[in-house]
Ligand binder design. Structure first.
Ligand code: ZN
Length: 160
């Protein structure tokens, strides 16, 4: 079966950046499973998987515009130290959820000074070219329920 709209695809992957650093990888016994055509994975990878079959192996470099987008300088902000709860330790690299007019967003602390904290709401992989090494483990047809929900359900029923 070839990967197309409403396929449920399981694949193993290794993700590296331009420098060859491993950013992420699927566990050996746990491939990533997603519903194809539902926007559940980055567009560049979904496009590359289209039409491929179980057992296929490939590598692909995906540009930011087909992945997590370019870094946007306006998403980097300095906020007063007093915006954080008193006594809460704040360190570079910390990630937390902040409220924004668009709803909760994930931000990373990129610098800490006495009075101010710099936070970055860009996706950590924004601006990165993503190098994927992929092996397709399984392709099956999605169930009606999966199609109507727009995501994959586990083998023993419905998990959210
Ligand atoms: Zn569901």
């Amino acid at each position: 079966m070839l990967i197309g709209p409403n396929s449920v695809v399981s694949f193993h992957y290794r993700l590296t950046n331009d420098a060859g650093q491993v950013l992420d990888a699927s566990a050996e016994d746990a491939p990533l499973t997603y519903l194809h055509g539902a926007g559940n994975i980055i567009p560049g990878l979904e496009r590359e998987l289209s039409g491929k079959a179980t057992g296929a192996e490939f590598t692909v470099a995906i540009q930011p515009e087909d992945a997590y987008g370019e870094r946007q300088p306006e998403l980097i902000q300095e906020v007063p130290r007093t915006a954080f709860p008193e006594g809460q330790p704040i360190e570079e690299g910390m990630r937390f959820t902040a409220q924004s007019p668009q709803g909760p967003i994930s931000v990373t602390v990129t610098a800490v000074a006495d009075e101010a904290v710099t936070i970055d709401a860009n996706h950590p992989l924004a601006g990165e070219v993503l190098h994927f090494q992929v092996t397709i483990a399984e392709v099956r047809a999605a169930t009606e329920e999966e199609i109507s929900h727009g995501h994959v359900h586990g083998p023993d029923g419905h998990h959210h």
